[in-house]
Design a protein around this ligand. Structure first.
Ligand SMILES: Cc1cc2nc3c(=O)[nH]c(=O)nc-3n(C[C@H](O)[C@H](O)[C@H](O)COP(=O)(O)OP(=O)(O)OC[C@H]3O[C@@H](n4cnc5c(N)ncnc54)[C@H](O)[C@@H]3O)c2cc1C
Length: 392
């Protein structure tokens, strides 16, 4: 094992918490300092666009209360000196480390023109603010972006009886993630549930002073709007690492064992980490899913402890689930890499089906709508390196 007496973990959310827990479970008895910009105990984000919008406030991650004194709460790291192994925090204080886990996640991408009144969704505060608006009732809810957050917000707003227009730039929502057939089904599913879906259209600006009253579209129309929510993706939180010497490119670039490229004794995990995935020929991937942050936080921390020679590559299959208007949509692997798509079971007409994705004859991804068992079957075949014929 590498000689590490003090480990700093920056980012006190899912990946950061899992890193701390794994270190303690492994018997690390040195000092751990967890630095987190938020004031809450580490919490689960998936409920923020689901149950929390309907009034359920229970989001704290199990085990979060155990981190106690080692947690610098409401403190942001603003600079990393990898030569001196020193972090500078936003109050000017410094934290020295022997080993560092970077788990600073991601933040919502803002629109080029982003008025104050346009909601985004990443934190408890964001969810509480949006919940209050939804509860107040609105005549014109406009959701920008048909990804999983936009889709879930649209779904929740419809379940509360509010009229919703969903504006999405792609031909069908989530087409790049789900593939064309499922994305077409999703578009119909939104419409069947009362969402007015405007596809192939971008937002070009907003009307209103001191509040948004209209959303201007690339087709020349202006939509009346009393509540606007933007779900237009996220950007990794790497600004504080700019002059650290680490390689930054859509995240912290790591090797296959999650060691950050550019400095010794630094690992990264969760939404902020980008690493070469062995199941995909070493392609660099950054995965913005709960299960990835949950598993990667612990693996990155244990790799740090073990040292580069004894560390294990991280090659878990990315997987994700979302719920839209009562349907459960799950993905595994990376469907967007595929050159071949095959319907494995069911059909879009039945609202129950599973699709397998292959590249060069080898399975790389799966999408399932209301078919969890089929997703598990395809996942096993992906991990086994099978081709699509193995699913017949
Ligand atoms: C509304 C919503 C719904 C979601 N639903 C799903 C879902 O259904 N399924 C799914 O798989 N995934 C879902 N996700 C994604 C999932 O929550 C994320 O993949 C996961 O939270 C990533 O965890 P993380 O620890 O890497 O990063 P984050 O959860 O982003 O946490 C990073 C933490 O670091 C802090 N931080 C940032 N910069 C600094 C700094 N310089 N110093 C100190 N602290 C810093 C941040 O404040 C934050 O607390 C959802 C996300 C959101 C926002």
């Amino acid at each position: 094992m590498t000689e590490l007496n003090t480990i700093a973990v920056v980012g006190a959310s899912l990946a950061g918490l899992r890193a701390v827990q794994a270190l303690r479970r492994e018997g690390f008895d040195g000092t751990i300092t967890l630095i987190g910009a938020e004031k809450h105990l580490p919490y689960n984000r998936p409920p923020l666009s689901k149950s929390m919008l309907r009034g359920d406030d229970e989001v704290t991650l199990p085990g979060a209360e155990e981190i106690g004194d080692q947690w610098l709460k409401g403190r942001r790291a603003v600079r990393l000196d990898t030569g001196d192994r020193r972090l500078t925090l936003d109050d000017g204080s410094e934290v020295h480390y022997d080993g560092l886990v970077i788990a600073t996640g991601a933040r919502p991408r803002r629109l080029p023109e982003h008025p104050e009144g346009v909601h985004t969704l990443r934190t408890i505060e964001d969810s509480v603010a949006l919940r209050a608006e939804l509860a107040a009732g609105h005549d014109n809810v406009v959701v920008i972006g048909g990804g999983f957050i936009g889709g879930e917000v649209a779904s929740t707003a419809r379940s509360l009886g509010l009229p919703v227009t969903l504006v999405d730039a792609s031909p069908y929502p989530m087409q790049n993630v789900l593939g064309a057939a499922t994305a077409r089904w999703l578009a119909d599913h939104h419409r069947d549930n009362g969402v007015e879906l405007i596809s192939r259209t971008r937002v070009t600006g907003f009307d209103g002073t001191g509040g948004v009253t209209g959303v201007r579209l690339s087709d020349g129309r202006t939509l009346p709007a009393s509540l606007v929510v933007a779900g237009t993706g996220v950007v990794p939180n790497t600004g504080w690492l700019e002059d650290s010497g680490l390689t930054l490119s859509d995240g912290v670039v790591c090797d296959e064992r999650l060691f950050a490229v550019g400095a010794a004794n630094v690992v990264a995990a969760g939404d902020v980490a980008r690493w070469p995935h062995s199941l995909y020929g070493g392609e660099l991937v950054r995965v913005e899913h709960w299960s990835n942050a949950n598993d990667q936080g612990g693996v990155a921390a244990l790799n740090l402890l073990a040292g580069p020679e004894n560390a294990k590559p991280f090659a878990d299959l990315p997987s994700f689930a979302t719920h839209v208007h009562g349907a459960r949509i799950q993905t595994a692997g990376l469907p967007h890499l595929a050159d071949e798509t095959r319907l494995v079971t069911g059909s879009p007409e039945e609202d129950r089906f599973a699709v397998a994705f292959a590249r060069d004859g080898v399975l790389v991804g799966a999408v399932a709508v209301n078919s969890p068992k089929d997703l598990i079957r395809i996942k096993r075949a992906i991990v086994a390196g099978d081709g699509p014929d193995a699913l017949a």
